[in-house]
Design a protein around this ligand. Structure first.
Ligand SMILES: [Zn+2]
Length: 248
């Protein structure tokens, strides 16, 4: 989240972004999906454009009526995380990385406590949520599956390509960023980098503040990027091993 509104206040004035704390953009995908849906049902096959059709179909096959990607409630992407679901209003069904490429991790700071983050992400009125929330003791909650698009970055294309991680605490309180939290979060980010083949660098692990168009400042100047990336790199060997096992 940002340094401004934890509770958002629901200004509803989200223009290019998502307004307050990770306000979502619900409903905006509908026209585009409809148009592409028509394309699939109609001219795509006639055009015979194998390249176009393959791309479009890979993105949308499961939106075809009667098709649904099987998924189990409570299924986790990060081993050891606690599953606690965000409100369905705060994310969008997807099939990443097959429909959208996952190419970065976005680091947030709650501007509040861990329970506060869980509470607002479970609130359908909040319009925003991250995939993960990390507590000061390093405990990780997963609230949205990595294959789905969470509304957290305030930028549609960044939401579609990223995984969002919230951290308990406040941007102006460096003491909130505990060693245990850095460790727990680094293990999580290492797992994400291993699962999607991302390099561990500041191009692929960014702060919310770096998302184009955002007015959010998190994780703020006290977040120690050098320390964090060092921890992520140290966690990569075991993360790669775990990812290799998971994919057989
Ligand atoms: Zn944020």
């Amino acid at each position: 989240m940002g340094s401004d509104t934890e509770h958002g206040g629901g200004t509803g004035a989200a223009t290019g972004g998502e307004g307050g704390a990770h306000r979502g953009r619900r409903g905006r995908g509908a026209p585009r999906i409809g148009r592409r849906g028509m394309l699939i049902g109609g001219t795509a096959a006639v055009l015979g454009g194998a390249v176009l059709a393959r791309d479009e179909l890979a993105r949308l096959w499961w939106r075809v009526p009667g098709m649904a990607k099987p998924r189990k409630e409570g299924e986790l992407d990060h081993p050891g995380a606690e599953w606690t679901a965000a409100s369905r209003a705060n994310w969008r069904l997807a099939d990443r990385p097959d429909d959208y490429r996952i190419d970065r991790v976005i680091i947030h700071v709650v501007q509040g406590s861990y329970p506060t983050a869980l509470r607002v992400f479970k609130n359908p009125g909040h319009g925003a949520a991250t995939h993960y929330v990390v507590r000061k003791d390093g405990h990780v909650a997963q609230m949205i599956r990595e294959l789905d698009v969470a509304f957290h970055a305030g930028n549609r294309s960044f939401n579609e390509r990223s995984i969002g991680i919230e951290h308990e605490g406040f941007v102006d309180r460096p003491q909130d960023f505990t060693a245990a939290m850095y460790e727990g979060s680094a293990g999580l980010t290492a797992g994400i980098c291993a699962r999607y083949g991302l390099p561990v660098d500041r191009e692929h692990v960014i702060g919310h503040v770096e998302v184009p168009g955002t007015d959010h400042t998190d994780p703020g100047p006290h977040w120690d990027w050098d320390r964090y990336l060092k921890l992520v790199r140290a966690a990569m060997p075991s993360a790669r091993k775990a990812a290799g096992k998971a994919t057989g």
